[in-house]
Write a new protein. Structure first.
Length: 200
């Protein structure tokens, strides 16, 4: 199973985060992250929720709950001790050094980020791929489309608890329209019965 570190920028968008983490939970790849990345996710989740109308206190509680859920679900995925490598790679933005340091120490084969230009290849150690979220989703689902479907079905079932239920087909449509994941979702659609949204 290959290992990928997800940058905080690909974990801010809610459905994209849910899809990528659900793929990991289903065993499509091994997810790693650090407390520094999680802190960035929590801060930006809080800001996003305030912009959407939540009070600062409510947004803070929800963001903290998200961070706690990620720790609980992927506690063995946290990378510790990367601090000694931070600042040794000469990345254009020093604030990205912690991402690469955690990826190296955690044995990641990929860094999934939407800021690909901030990780120039001549600064990246051999064996680490820099890849966008939509390309990573495609490559991961291409290896095991059945796990891609399992991830989408799991999202659909979770949504039924706290939000209006969405069918797997609707979730795939949202992944296409919002995040441009047509290549990945196309593979998953082949496992659904036409017109029903149910698994073949």
């Amino acid at each position: 199973m290959f290992t990928a570190l997800l940058d905080s920028c690909v974990l801010w968008p809610s459905l994209q985060r849910d899809f990528l983490l659900s793929l990991a939970f289903e065993g499509a790849y091994r997810f790693i992250f650090s407390e520094a990345i999680l802190e960035e996710v929590e801060i930006n989740e809080e800001l996003k929720l305030v912009e959407r109308g939540d009070s600062e206190e409510t947004a803070r509680e929800k963001a903290r709950h998200l961070a706690d859920q990620m720790r609980a679900s992927f506690g063995d995925a946290l990378v510790f001790g990367w601090e000694g490598l931070e600042g040794t790679y000469g990345l254009p933005d020093p604030d990205d050094e912690h991402v690469l340091a955690a990826a190296v120490l955690g044995g990641a084969g990929s860094i999934v980020t939407d800021n690909v230009k901030d990780f120039p290849l001549d600064k990246i150690p051999n064996g680490i791929q820099i890849i966008s979220a939509k390309d990573f989703a495609y490559e991961t689902v291409a290896m095991r489309p059945d796990l891609g479907l399992a991830a989408v079905v799991a999202i659909s079932q979770r949504m039924g608890r706290n939000h209006p239920r969405q069918s797997p087909e609707n979730i795939l449509n949202s992944l296409d329209s919002i995040y441009g994941m047509d290549s990945a979702t196309g593979l998953i659609r082949t496992l659904l019965e036409p017109g029903t949204g149910n698994q073949r």
